[in-house]
Design a protein around this ligand. Structure first.
Ligand SMILES: [Zn+2]
Length: 135
């Protein structure tokens, strides 16, 4: 699978993450899914309900409203973005939630080295997803 995301969305996510650092920033990702290609078309930056430097939670109300709006726009839910004040690898808590969310994509930004990486649970294992930043 390949995740395609526009440069402007990457910039927005980085900007939001720096703004709330060291608290983890979070966002919902929506777009189009065609076979093995996922295209991000919409990024909804949300509050981290926990105001935590180690984990994030998006309120159910925000998630439901954002998902309903995206559906009206003909977009599918792709997954979650969040930042880490650490390397861009899923934490143990992330892994637990990844297992609950099936095939959602988890996009993680490290604020220590600015690396942006994507992961997905596939065949019961957490795997890195190839990414392509497009203009
Ligand atoms: Zn995390």
């Amino acid at each position: 699978m390949i995740l395609r995301i526009q440069r402007k969305h990457v910039n927005l996510l980085k900007q939001e993450a720096r703004k709330v650092d060291p608290i983890e920033a979070c966002a919902l990702l929506f777009g189009k899914i065609h076979d093995d290609e996922v295209l991000v078309r919409k990024v909804v930056v949300t509050d981290n309900k926990l105001h935590s430097t180690r984990r994030f939670e998006i309120s159910a109300e925000t998630a439901v409203d954002s998902m309903a709006a995206a559906e009206r726009e003909g977009l599918e839910f792709i997954g979650f973005f969040h930042s880490h004040p650490a390397p861009a690898t899923p934490s143990r808590i992330d892994m637990r939630f990844m297992r609950l969310w099936g095939d959602a994509v988890w996009l993680i930004l490290s604020l220590t080295d600015s690396e942006l990486k994507a992961y997905q649970l596939k065949d019961g294992e957490i795997r890195k997803v190839a990414m392509n930043v497009i203009p």
